[in-house]
Design a protein around this ligand. Structure first.
Ligand SMILES: Cc1cc2nc3c(=O)[nH]c(=O)nc-3n(C[C@H](O)[C@H](O)[C@H](O)COP(=O)(O)OP(=O)(O)OC[C@H]3O[C@@H](n4cnc5c(N)ncnc54)[C@H](O)[C@@H]3O)c2cc1C
Length: 391
């Protein structure tokens, strides 16, 4: 065990350093002042206003781990987790936009990009370009490596043809990380990662999904027809895209754990407040033990999910193994987010079931946590493989 990890373990997981606390407070303040007033209209209009995304860049939450030399905040993965949690406490759509940018797109560029690619894209991603991560297709979700998108080697460039589905941030993104197979005869070992700019010939963003939750987050199809991508935009090695995809998602799912903790926290805070205001039988409903016990259960579940998530993020930052812990964090946090948001609606009674009150949106927003970046069954598979040593 490294010395830094040993030192970190002597502290409570939720004990934040001065920098972490200041950053968390800054994001919380931003979420309250800039995001909260827009939550209902963003949900109705199914869009994050471009000005709000600009403000996220201005705040520095779109390039958290990007080095200062490239205009980023040169911070940790744990800070990205804090940002996602705080934003999701107010709005899960803004949170997932920031999450995909940091834990997937920036993360893989920093890890696998060469100097030229980092120089070309990191400053843009820190300053104004939204990124998207395109792995899933209509026929390949959980079985991601069965993807049908093909890339043909034309010497100085590749021609990519195929369709991607469910791509978060696609409506806003300028840079798309696209997985395509250069040699299907090699199976998953043909999968290669390409950096594709919006506006590349043969590339188009297609239909936007009309969703149950995280409605303001764009989720679109991508259409690639002979899309011409320069060889210089192959990320990592040809044929190593499967490794990039898996390893990025291993980390990314900690961010989804944080998103689910934030969603559950937001709903819980509303329920706690409402329970002290709503009068029945001549008392605030929080005076009844039946309600108190529900609040206590919710708070306990939240605490456990936060500890799992923080632990996974801190392990990742310490360079320690974290794959099992990350899958557990996402699995558990998405489950408790469903339970906590559902209970929040019950505490609101009939009011909770209407769109005039805030809790039904949290309930709708949480459901995707059990689906994207690997369904709950896929998390169970990851955990079981780790337990059984079948890696
Ligand atoms: C809002 C939203 C945003 C998304 N954003 C992105 C994105 O930005 N980029 C991207 O690439 N993808 C994205 N996705 C896609 C997402 O990752 C997939 O939806 C997810 O991986 C599940 O794939 P699927 O929908 O094809 O479901 P399927 O794989 O068809 O699964 C259906 C059901 O079968 C179960 N199942 C499948 N195989 C097994 C098995 N072997 N054992 C047990 N159970 C199994 C699953 O757990 C699930 O319950 C997004 C999806 C949504 C809904």
């Amino acid at each position: 065990m490294s010395e830094s990890l040993a030192a970190a373990r002597s502290l409570p997981l939720t004990d934040l350093s001065e920098d972490e606390r200041m950053f968390r407070d800054m994001v919380r303040d931003f979420a309250e002042k800039e995001v909260r007033p827009l939550v209902a209209s963003m949900d109705q209009q199914a869009q994050i206003p471009p000005e709000l995304i600009k403000k996220c860049f201005g705040l520095g939450v779109m390039g958290i781990e990007i080095p200062e030399a490239y205009g980023g905040s040169a911070s940790t993965f744990f800070m990205a987790v804090l940002a996602v949690e705080e934003l999701a406490r107010v709005d899960a759509s803004v949170a997932v936009c920031v999450d995909v940018q940091n834990t997937l797109v920036n993360n893989l560029l920093l890890r696998w990009g060469n100097d030229d690619q980092k120089k070309r894209y990191c400053p843009k991603l820190a300053e104004s370009w939204v990124g998207a991560y395109a792995l899933s297709e209509a026929g390949s979700g959980s079985d991601a490596f069965a993807l049908a998108c093909r890339a043909t080697d034309r010497g100085d460039h590749f021609e990519i043809t195929g369709r991607k589905l469910w791509i978060t941030n696609a409506a806003e993104a300028e840079l798309f990380v696209v997985m395509a197979n250069v040699d299907p005869s090699k199976g998953y070992k043909g999968i290669t990662t390409f950096l594709v700019e919006r506006g590349t010939p043969g590339f188009a963003v297609g239909k936007k999904e009309d969703k149950l939750g995280i409605r303001a987050s764009s989720t679109c199809e991508l259409i690639l027809e002979g899309c011409t991508v320069p060889r210089a935009n192959v990320l990592g090695e040809v044929g190593k895209g499967y490794k990039i995809a898996i390893e990025t998602l291993n980390e990314g799912r900690i961010g989804i754990g944080a998103q689910m903790v934030g969603v559950a926290q937001g709903a819980f805070e509303h329920a706690l407040k409402y329970s002290q205001e709503r009068q029945q039988f001549g008392h605030a409903i929080a005076d009844f033990q039946g309600i108190q016990f529900q609040l206590a259960e919710m708070a306990t579940e939240l605490e456990a999910a936060r500890l799992l998530t923080y632990n996974a993020a801190r392990l990742r930052d310490a360079g320690a193994p974290f794959i099992k812990e990350a899958a557990m964090a996402k699995l558990f946090a998405s489950r408790i987010a469903e339970h906590v948001t559902s209970k929040a609606i019950e505490i609101y009674g009939g009011n909770g079931f209407t769109r005039e009150y805030p809790v039904e949106k949290y309930f709708r927003d949480q459901k995707v946590g059990q689906i994207y970046e690997g369904t709950s069954n896929m998390q169970l598979m990851v955990i079981a493989k780790q337990l059984l040593g079948k890696l």
